[in-house]
Design a binder for this molecule. Sequence first.
Ligand code: ADP
Ligand code: MG
Length: 737
Amino acid sequence: MLQSHNLDVLTAAKSWRVNGGRSYSSLAVDRTEIRSNKDISSIFAVDVFSLDTMREHLSKSVWKSLAATIERGETLNPQIADIVALAMKEWATERGATHYTHWFQPLTGSTAEKHESFVAPNADGGAIAEFSGKDLIQSEPDASSFPSGGLRSTFEARGYTAWDPTSPAFLMRHENGATLCIPTAFASWTGDALDHKTPLLRSVEALNKEAKRALSLLGSVAPNSVIATVGAEQEYFLIDEEFFFRRPDLMMCGRTLFGAKPPRGQELEDHYFGSIPERVLSYMTDVEERLHRLGVPVKTRHNEVAPGQFEIAPIFEHCNAAADHQQILMQTLQNTARKYGLVCLLHEKPFAGVNGSGKHVNWSISTDSGVNLLEPGDTPHSNMQFLFFCAAVIKAVDKHQDLLRASIASAANDHRLGANEAPPAIISIFLDEQLVDIYERLMRGADGESPGGGLLGLGSPVLPHLPRHAGDRNRTSPFAFTGNKFEFRAVGSSQSISFPVTVLNIIATDAIKEMTDMIEARLVGGQAIEIALRETLKEVYAKHKRIIFNGDGYSDEWREEAERRGLLNTRTALEALELLPSDKNIELFQKFGTLSHRELEARYEIYVEQYFKTVNIEGETTEWIAQTMLLPEVAAYLGELAATLGNLAAVKIAASALGRIAGEIASSVERLGIALEKLRIANAELGGETAHEKANHVRNSVIPAMAETRIAADALERLTADKHWPLPAYREMMFVK
Ligand code: ADP
Ligand code: MG
């Protein structure tokens, strides 16, 4: 099946390339027909060494011991590792795997792999298949080239990867075989986390503990465990590969550094939810099939607002699986595109002037048996629970606005946040009006009043059913309650969701703990639970309601209003990152064992350094393109114009319009030259020694010079003969067919 499928794709892709990426429709139609009868259930998770697969391959006692680790987080019994490794190897090699890799998520934001062959040479000159429990549990990649933020001195470059048995191993297939990928955590020899997975797993444990404590205080049936659930909607752009190769800015930086606004952008609003072009549909179908094989539960797909922009969304899962799957999803989107002569752009702002891309991280808290704690229920009791956890999120977001903002801070997301179509850099919550009303009524209730016949004295035993998708009525909120979950919309499209989810988990944990403590203190003081809960909710809501905002988040009025309310408005990534290692945050992460002081400092260093590197590369690329591609071509065109003007003058033909255009070009070239000189000087300087000084330098000097260079160049794009403009124009790139 896979073989023929690949051939099919290759033929199609080849022919697209032969045709310069322009004529492909007949092939696309064929492919759609081939795939339309594929049954998802027959392929779902076939390339995953899932719990069910493990159960089939392991003896009952081994299985039970492993399940205890996976389901209840008990320490793995090392004796069973060899047995699991053997089963895993057999399963993988039967399916064509030749290599295995510890798959981890270093702080670069992407994933890392170092492939080892299953076959090792032996002393007799032969080869034996080798993969033991030791190889499964731990590996020691040369870690010196991964960012460590000073956690690992260079003379001690060792880093360790350690198997995460709670996330299943999977097979990454390629044309000529497959690799067994084993999800792992990554740490330094001193035991400091050097990855995104470790703190995420730690935050889940903290949330579990505090949420269970709260539930038992509220008199709920105690669940085995409480987890965070996540479903992340991913936006992306597709462009024809041909254009990609002709744009050094896209190749180097993932976004265009030049490009005049096309005559037609997203004004017509005809792209959103419009019909999907056939080539794109074939691509999406292929992506979905690959993801389904890997157990990634993708469900929806549609066009997005900007031309050439699309979205893919999975069904929610345990946040650890969701974070792993998100990385696989991004990789699959990118890899698969090439087969269709396309390039998938995950950057937050590939094209200026049209919508950028984000990742909507839907997040909730659930018991292991699937009871969503943010779902308003049918009984007074479940509603009491709901109001408690919802208030905890309100408190968490208000108290830790800085952390949420910092968790999504990057040079790339700066182009999006605060721009006209993206969530503002101010963190606020959209909460359904009905819910606001419930909390408001609760606040007005007299102190000490008994709950009477209804829930918390609200006069109604059951909450009204809140409309799902209520949040969709307000697309301008960075953090919206959407009926039974919260949606964090300010997350960048290219970033790993792990850190934002870790932050969500931990700030919720903090608020849940504080509120549980408050209730407990009241109980000790002799109050009944209903009253203690109501009084706690009142207090929490009154203190934190300023974070709720249901109006237009894009408006200037909101910026002013937010300032009056004392909400944070950190416009740029660097300002936001500064907030990360504050005393409050150090204490928070330490308190719940999520990140040590050192680990948090290291992250801060790494993010600041990444900011510097990103802008530095963009600055250099801008200079390079302007100097070596744009200026020479514009000069050539100007030369042609001047020659034409000379010739016309010689035969006494008036050409004042041409003369005016030549004059305009010449003065734009002057402007470009001046800006470019500024940029050259800014690029040549480092601004200091530390990552910090360098980051400030690129923000204060390189970014403004890049902007000036772009303005002059974009003006020239509109004046220069098309055949003399060396970069594909927006109007060519953005309408993928
Ligand atoms: P739709 O009905 O349009 O598919 P939803 O609003 O139900 O969309 O879901 C949007 C995204 O939110 C999906 O990725 C979905 O899996 C996710 N989601 C839904 N419920 C939860 C939940 N309880 N926790 C986390 N994510 C959720
Ligand atoms: Mg959404």
